[in-house]
Design a protein around this ligand. Structure first.
Ligand code: BDP
Length: 331
């Protein structure tokens, strides 16, 4: 009982100190975070946890308001532009559209670069991963990428079945806003279509603007896309990480001590996010299979065909990184 009272009293005291600090001129800075996924999605849960930690560890000096479901920007390429302008403090985005600003990011977006999740995390947590984050911060992009999150692997979903590369012929596939991603489909014989936010894919398929798209189990379910395109071909062509990105302009107005706290809180949330992705992925897979979606496993020969067709992307987009690619493959 004594212990409960003591905990209660100390909680009251910290709340009182927080109010006092805020009302004594230590004004609170409120920053926005843009997220395309709805509440409950692993990255949205991670954003909320990040915001909670930052508020706690800065003693309320910084409050982060998370806007989920694309409430600020339906297309995450627009969130990136908003970060550059300094209109929002943070955005959690996929690293695919970021490569337009810092080409080295394409290294981790290449098809079949990672064998599996563990391999990806080994690379992202190594000097190679750190150097990419550093390169973003040191570039003149106006962006500061503060950490990686997990996004599982991406596969095609379409309105008619894909079992071999030949089945891709003539298909219009929505891809993320990235030249490499659009080319990925072009090299397979289809047409990669950009400028459609992930929140707009369902209606683009419904309206026949595209014949399908590609994503992980969780997004395929959450955005309702499986209701419009009911063939899911598990080719797992990419394992593109998520990034939590800050606006350089906004960070420059904060105390260096608070920028450090922000960076360490983002990193602290990483394992929490990975755990949520693994759980959510399993649940989404179960629900999608139960909903009657045709899930297509590629034969080893077909999978090899997909891998071979994507080799030209390495030459076109990663010719400067041949040594790093070798190093990644050997890790
Ligand atoms: C999801 C990513 C999200 C992207 C989306 C897309 O979590 O950041 O917006 O894919 O395809 O997996 O655009």
């Amino acid at each position: 009982m004594k212990k409960i009272l003591a905990t209660f009293a100390s909680a009251l005291l910290s709340a009182a100190l927080l109010i006092l600090a805020t009302s004594c001129g230590n004004k609170q800075t409120v920053l926005k975070l843009a997220e395309v996924h709805i509440d409950g999605y692993p990255t949205a849960l991670a954003d909320a946890e990040f915001a909670r930690l930052v508020e706690k560890k800065t003693n309320g000096r910084i409050k982060i308001e998370v806007y989920t479901g694309g409430a600020l920007y339906a297309d995450e390429s627009d969130s990136i532009k908003a970060l550059i302008r300094g209109d929002v403090g943070f955005a959690r985005v996929s690293s695919a559209p970021l490569a337009a600003y810092v080409p080295k990011i394409n290294l981790v977006n290449l098809p079949y670069i990672f064998r599996d999740r563990d391999h990806m995390w080994k690379v992202l947590n190594s000097k190679i991963g750190d150097d990419i984050l550093k390169e973003i911060e040191e570039s003149d992009s106006g962006l500061v990428a503060i950490c990686y999150y997990d996004a599982d692997s991406r596969s095609f979903y379409t309105t008619r079945p894909i079992r071999t590369v030949a089945d891709m012929a003539g298909l219009k596939i929505r891809m993320q806003n990235s030249e490499m991603m659009k080319d990925l489909v072009n090299y397979l014989g289809g047409t990669g279509v950009g400028n459609i936010g992930s929140t707009e894919v369902y209606s683009a398929i419904q309206n026949g603007i595209v014949d399908g798209a590609e994503n992980n189990w969780a997004t395929y379910e959450n955005m309702g896309d499986y209701l419009a395109a009911s063939y899911y071909t598990l080719d797992s062509h990419t394992r593109i990480p998520e990034m939590l990105v800050a606006s350089k302009e906004v960070l420059s107005k904060l105390k260096p001590k608070d920028v450090e706290i922000i960076k360490s809180c983002a990193k602290e949330v990483q394992n929490f996010e990975i755990k949520k992705v693994i759980e959510k992925s399993k649940e989404s897979e179960e629900r999608i299979r139960d909903a009657g979606v045709t899930v297509i496993e590629l034969t080893p020969e077909a999978r090899k065909e997909f891998e071979d067709a994507m080799i030209p992307l390495y030459e076109k987009y990663a010719a400067n990184f041949t040594d790093l690619i070798k190093e990644i493959k050997s890790m």
